[in-house]
Write a protein that binds this ligand. Structure first.
Ligand SMILES: C[S@@+](CC[C@H](N)C(=O)[O-])C[C@H]1O[C@@H](n2cnc3c(N)ncnc32)[C@H](O)[C@@H]1O
Length: 205
């Protein structure tokens, strides 16, 4: 007979092993391509929850995630009540795509370049997206590329829908001078390593 305590310990052990495996995968990817990864470990749960908090679980449209990696933000979105079948995950790494397919079998996983969104998502969205959640290391790209990505993402969404981006930087990861969109920063999430902030960009509503 398995008692509740030993069941609880087994679940905890499984979570710890999974986190250690994800940390190892992440570090291996970072060693291969530091600029594409932009971080040495996956985001922590507090930052992932903060990102997910901007997405309305009652919506019915697609929720696009850019650069999901091993899936901490995806897990937080599902925990928030977002149906995994609404998720469209765009990830460059074939290894992470395999992992995401195992973990989120009903989500749409697209292996491709998030910086060519119109091409990468051609034919994948039947209706405008309700949100775009980005874990891309934006600051490793030149400003015009970042602006183009935001413009493309806002163009895929219904008016007023959020583009949600985290950054370790002290400034907005998308330049705000002459912006034709609104920008709202969160408080700093100190419980992430390193501490991070979430920026939410929207156009029209
Ligand atoms: C900083 S990691 C974030 C991973 C995860 N969202 C998290 O918070 O732990 C960046 C992720 O973006 C992916 N990535 C980088 N450039 C990409 C691109 N051009 N298209 C799609 N994914 C990309 C990387 O493979 C990696 O999984």
């Amino acid at each position: 007979m398995v008692d509740r305590n030993s069941m609880g310990r087994a679940v905890q052990r499984h979570r710890t092993e999974r986190r250690q495996d994800d940390d190892a995968r992440f570090l291996k990817s970072w060693l291969k391509n530091p600029l594409r990864m932009g971080a040495v470990t996956p985001s922590g749960p507090a930052l992932a929850r903060k990102m997910a908090s901007y997405v309305d679980p009652a919506g019915t449209g697609p929720v696009v995630e850019l650069g999901p990696g091993t899936g901490p933000m995806t897990t937080a979105l599902v925990a928030r009540g977002i149906d995994p079948a609404r998720l469209v995950l765009v990830e460059y790494s074939a290894e992470f795509c395999r992992l995401l397919r195992e973990r989120f079998p009903t989500a749409t996983i697209v292996q491709g370049d998030a910086y060519s969104l119109p091409k990468t998502l051609a034919g994948k969205l039947n209706v405008p997206a309700d949100a775009v959640v980005s874990g891309l290391p934006l600051m490793t790209r030149p400003e015009p590329v970042r602006l183009q990505l935001l413009d493309d993402a806002l163009g895929l969404m219904r008016p007023g829908a959020p583009f949600i981006q985290f950054t370790y930087s002290v400034v907005s990861p998308v330049p705000l001078k002459g912006a034709n969109f609104s920008a709202e920063p969160s408080e700093r999430v100190w419980r992430n390593i390193p501490p991070a902030r979430v920026w939410v960009y929207r156009r029209g509503s």
